[in-house]
Design a protein around this ligand. Structure first.
Ligand SMILES: NC(=O)c1ccc[n+]([C@@H]2O[C@H](COP(=O)([O-])OP(=O)(O)OC[C@H]3O[C@@H](n4cnc5c(N)ncnc54)[C@H](OP(=O)(O)O)[C@@H]3O)[C@@H](O)[C@H]2O)c1
Length: 323
């Protein structure tokens, strides 16, 4: 089968479109013929092996997974002997982040638990846009942020892959949502349901008098003290984004201290596997409460170019690869 492969850490130019042996599903896996995949920051961090700590997860001294791609949608071609929920021909989508990546290929083996039937009302390209970015938004809002109806929620970095899901998911929980984005994305933000928008090129939200019950900081471009200042007394700030290693260290070390010292909570999002997420998102997608926003579609051979585009940090929604 064809796959986009890398053998060492480096820039997108090192990715190679090549023939590799077609995967065979284990007893608890399904073999998926990939119809679409999508890109996440995790792909280019794993490609470059940066920040250096990333290599603890991706492999040292060279990458342990040679094929990237965590988000996948496609057709079940074969099932392992212990698989009970799927059969050949099923349309599925899945999250390979916790099970070795591999979506940038013609076929990929997916553990049964890491897949769900594709929402019936959306095409493969839209389904592939969902897993990582939507789960990140869901965990930040629902799990760590404990979002409640009527709360004032601010999403900083609202126009990217995670942000466009976060705005819609927060609305689906009944929150009053403020989206922070640049001028060109203000209209998109309103069309996704944001009640208020802040143009970061004109206004610095921590300088405003408005307070928020929950801040999901995806852009990660403000200090902890700035974020703390605009939280309500019991407010929670979940930091999703990653800007510099120093920023991450500060959040990791100071966040728990600030949270212990007072009633406001600030901390880094702790990603964790949740097998229920695919089913939860399927419901939100089928009800139409959440619609994936796709910025650009790239073909399989254009994956290096697609990663270069994502790395620039100005995507409007998700970058999707079609097979
Ligand atoms: N994708 C995932 O699954 C995932 C999971 C966990 C963590 N993360 C982390 O979350 C961060 C963002 O991920 P993403 O996938 O949403 O990125 P993305 O798709 O590349 O989007 C980045 C967005 O940030 C906006 N932005 C840039 N500067 C900004 C500023 N100063 N204020 C507000 N918004 C700004 C950009 O909008 P403009 O073009 O208007 O500037 C763009 O829409 C990354 O640090 C990533 O590591 C991502």
């Amino acid at each position: 089968m064809k796959a986009i492969v890398y053998e060492r850490y480096g820039p997108p130019d090192i990715l190679e479109l090549t023939e590799v042996e077609k995967s065979t599903p284990k007893d608890d896996e399904i073999l998926v013929k990939v119809r679409a995949a999508s890109l996440n920051a995790g792909d280019w961090h794993a490609l470059r092996g940066t920040p250096f700590l990333q290599r603890l997860e991706s492999g040292f001294p060279k990458p342990k997974n040679k094929i990237l791609g965590a988000d996948v949608a496609g057709l079940v071609e074969a099932v392992g002997s212990k698989v009970t929920r799927f059969q050949p021909g099923d349309e599925v989508y899945g999250d390979l982040y916790w099970c070795g990546f591999g979506a940038f290929a013609e076929y990929v083996c997916v553990p049964e638990d890491a897949a769900a039937l594709k929402p019936a009302n959306i095409p493969f390209e839209a389904a592939a846009a969902v897993p990582q970015a939507a789960f990140t938004a869901l965990h930040a809002l629902r799990d760590q942020g404990q979002v409640q109806p009527g709360q004032k929620v601010l999403i900083n970095g609202a126009s990217g892959g995670v942000g466009t899901f976060a705005v819609q998911i927060a609305k689906s929980f009944g929150a009053e949502v403020t989206g922070v984005c640049s001028t060109r994305n203000l209209e998109m933000m309103r069309s996704l349901g944001a009640d208020q928008v802040i143009d970061y090129t004109q206004e610095d939200f921590p300088q405003n008098s408005q307070k928020y019950d929950l801040i999901v900081d995806i852009a990660a471009n403000h200090s902890l003290s700035d974020l703390k200042r605009v939280l309500t007394p019991q407010g929670i700030c979940v930091i999703v984004g990653f800007s510099t290693l120093m920023h991450m260290l500060k959040v990791t070390l100071l966040g728990p201290l600030i949270s212990k010292a007072g009633s406001k909570k600030l901390g880094m999002l702790m990603p964790k596997e949740n097998k229920q997420d695919l089913a939860d998102m399927k419901e939100l997608l089928e009800s139409g409460k959440v619609v994936p926003v796709i910025d650009r579609l790239y073909s399989f051979s254009e994956i290096p170019e697609a990663i270069r585009y994502l790395e620039k940090g100005h995507a409007r929604g998700k970058i999707v690869i079609t097979m």
